[in-house]
Design a binder for this molecule. Structure first.
Ligand code: I22
Ligand code: ZN
Length: 623
């Protein structure tokens, strides 16, 4: 059967033929729960890159050490993506520092698969997997790419004697750097370290960052999240989330908390550890941090949460006023991206990947690691200025969507892998096709997020509007540019006909449609009050003022909502991004989870149509 056009959307498409990829990640399994000593960003990276390569039409087998006897021989992770647990050592959790002697057994099993599957390329994650891939290349000629995630020489500089890896690691890394066909650096610092400490060939280096998943992390729902987590609405909440090991510098965050001025008392929420309930016996770092909190006199304001599943993390992010991460060093650091994706400003250490992902003074602040005074200064700045915090959050959201989605990361990796595997893109897509595809893909992603988070709000908005009509009241709607046409569109649907052929005319007035009033007031007085003036003229108690703005920051829309409030009218706003000032003013705010004006407008049209449909059904129930 001929596929319908929309069935061909995802896939390798015109740019590449599918690759068969052996992804090797000896200790970091995409199936592991996160937050434990050895499970963090690398697990997320492997899972997301594998899934997104699968979505692009490539076939991926992820090889990871079997750490439980109950795992089946093969686990289907997604379409075209399998996890294959490898028998090497006891089928139980082991510290990653003890895995090197198990690599010959690991290599034998991967090689047996590789003989059958004829992979085009291996993608090694971490130095021990690099060793496995280098052996595969020697034995079977499979080219390989490597993402180190962390470098032994950098770790040794920072951790000294606490570094439990053998010195052998340095020689293995050097061999892997020399024999790899492609070396993926995760941030500019990683690239420099690879060149200066390991003499990596710049021709083989490519800088591709880590990412976040917009279907997993988006802003909004702070009040609900706080209620679910038992955090008070008015509390100042600082969030720390990640693996619980000394190098993450959580003690520094506790010390900074103690240095905040009295009027900015805040609660520090610490998510992470080996168990769901924080247990110093299982996570010694928690015990150490509890003692630091006691010594600093802030034990009552530090909440240790324990580890949480991926699906639970968004609540913690959106509930926070500020996210903080001040490790001693950080090969990449995915959590700051996730925080920004949830519309939360970040204060991070000026090291490694964080120095690249957080734009200082724009999406948050960078501070030296292990400097609680510097951290307290910036936390105080963000906590004391809500407007500044909102602006940082908005720019952070834009930045992560522009640069750091897993979809974009995987597409760049796939191109680099194809080249390393000796494949050139079959036919480079023209810029025009690429732009069209991107538009559709972006909108589909926003729609899928919006479906979950706007459902309730759309029904609430329809209640508000139909309630007004039932009382004999009307709706005054306004917006600028594209949102002005949306306002008129909405009025036309309800004044005129929508789905029901025969129903009463419904009173909706688009305030941006009266050119004479607009131009006179803008010309004589100012543009900021063109809608507020009309709200005063037409608004009667019981009416609804409905503002449409993709940013939530248009002064005239904000003024209309304020005036409505002052006059005792109800308010409703259709917004995007972080919701801006309009989001705080409206009785009911519908915020499209995207920072992109055009995608927000496209979802606004759908929301308006759905509201019309629900309102009309109430006005003229079908018989
Ligand atoms: O349609 C578009 C952009 O797609 C523009 O006309 C856009 O609506 C205008 O720039 C508006 O002035 C933006 O205002 P707002 O959505 O931030 O309230
Ligand atoms: Zn537009």
């Amino acid at each position: 059967m001929k596929p319908l056009p929309f069935e061909t959307g995802a896939g390798v498409g015109h740019s590449q033929s599918p690759l068969r990829i052996a992804m090797i990640s000896e200790h970091a399994s995409p199936l592991a729960p996160l937050g434990g000593r050895d499970s963090g960003g690398q697990n997320v990276y492997v899972a997301q890159v594998a899934r997104h390569l699968g979505r692009l039409g490539h076939r991926v087998d992820v090889f990871t050490r079997r750490d439980s006897p109950t795992l089946p021989a093969v686990v289907e992770l997604a379409d075209g993506v399998r996890v294959i647990p490898v028998d090497a050592g006891p089928p139980a959790p082991l510290a990653k520092e003890s895995l090197l002697p198990l690599m010959p057994a690991f290599t034998r099993e991967v090689a047996a698969h590789a003989r059958r599957e004829r992979y085009d390329l291996a993608h090694a994650n971490f130095f021990m997997s690099g060793l496995v891939a280098a052996e595969l290349k020697r034995e079977l000629g499979v080219p390989f790419a490597v993402t180190f995630h962390a470098l032994g020489k950098v770790r040794r500089q920072h951790q000294g004697q606490a570094d439990g890896f053998p010195d052998e690691r340095f020689a293995i890394e050097a061999r892997v750097v020399g024999e790899a066909d492609l070396i993926v650096a995760e941030c500019p610092q990683d690239e420099v370290d690879l060149m200066t400490l390991y003499a990596a060939d710049p021709e083989k280096l490519v800088m591709i960052p880590c990412g976040f998943d917009p279907e997993e992390f988006w802003p909004g729902g702070r009040a609900e999240a706080r209620a679910a987590l038992g955090l008070a609405d008015g509390d100042r909440v600082v969030l720390q989330l990640g693996r619980m090991v000394p190098r993450k510098g959580v003690d520094n965050v506790i010390r900074a908390l103690a240095r905040l001025p009295g009027e900015l008392r805040a609660r520090l929420v610490v998510v992470g550890g080996e168990s769901r309930r924080p247990d110093p016996a299982l996570t010694p770092e928690i015990g150490r941090l509890m003692a630091v909190a006691r010594d600093e006199g802030v034990a009552d304001r530090v909440t240790f949460v324990g580890s949480r599943g991926r699906g639970e993390l968004r609540d913690y992010y959106v509930a926070a006023d500020v996210f903080v991460s001040t490790p001693w060093y950080e090969p990449f650091g995915i959590t700051p991206l996730e925080a920004m994706a949830c519309g939360v400003p970040v204060v991070g250490a000026n090291v490694g990947g964080i120095a690249h992902t957080v734009a200082h003074g724009e999406t948050g602040y960078l501070v030296p690691p292990s400097d609680p005074d510097a951290l307290a200064d910036k936390l105080a700045l963000v906590l004391s200025q809500p407007r500044l915090a909102r602006r940082l959050a908005q720019l952070g959201l834009q930045r992560v969507h522009a640069l750091f989605t897993w979809e974009k990361v995987a597409a760049r990796l796939a191109d680099a892998f194809a080249a390393a595997a000796g494949r050139r893109p079959a036919q480079a897509p023209t810029a025009a096709f690429a732009a069209v595809d991107r538009g559709f893909d972006d909108l589909l992603a926003v729609l899928s997020r919006a479906k979950t988070c706007l459902r309730d709000d759309i029904v609430r908005a329809a209640d508000l509007v139909s309630g007004a009509f039932a009382r004999g009241a009307k709706v005054l709607v306004c917006g600028n540019g594209g949102s002005a046409t949306d306002a008129q569109h909405f009025a036309a649907e309800l004044v005129g006909r929508f789905l029901a052929p025969d129903r009463a005319a419904l009173p909706v007035i688009a305030l941006n449609a009266d050119t004479a009033v607009l131009t006179a007031w803008a010309n004589d007085v100012g543009y900021a009050d063109v809608f507020a003036r009309q709200v005063r003229a037409y608004g009667r108690p019981g009416d609804v003022v409905f503002g449409i703005s993709t940013s939530g920051r248009s002064a005239n829309v904000v003024a209309a909502l304020k005036t409505a409030r002052d006059c005792g009218l109800r308010t409703f706003a259709l917004l995007g991004g972080t919701g801006g000032e309009a989001g705080d003013l409206a009785d009911c705010a519908l915020i499209v989870p995207s920072p992109d004006t055009q995608r927000i407008q496209e979802v606004h049209t759908l929301a308006l149509h759905l509201i019309c449909e629900l309102v009309e059904a109430r006005v003229a129930p079908s018989s």
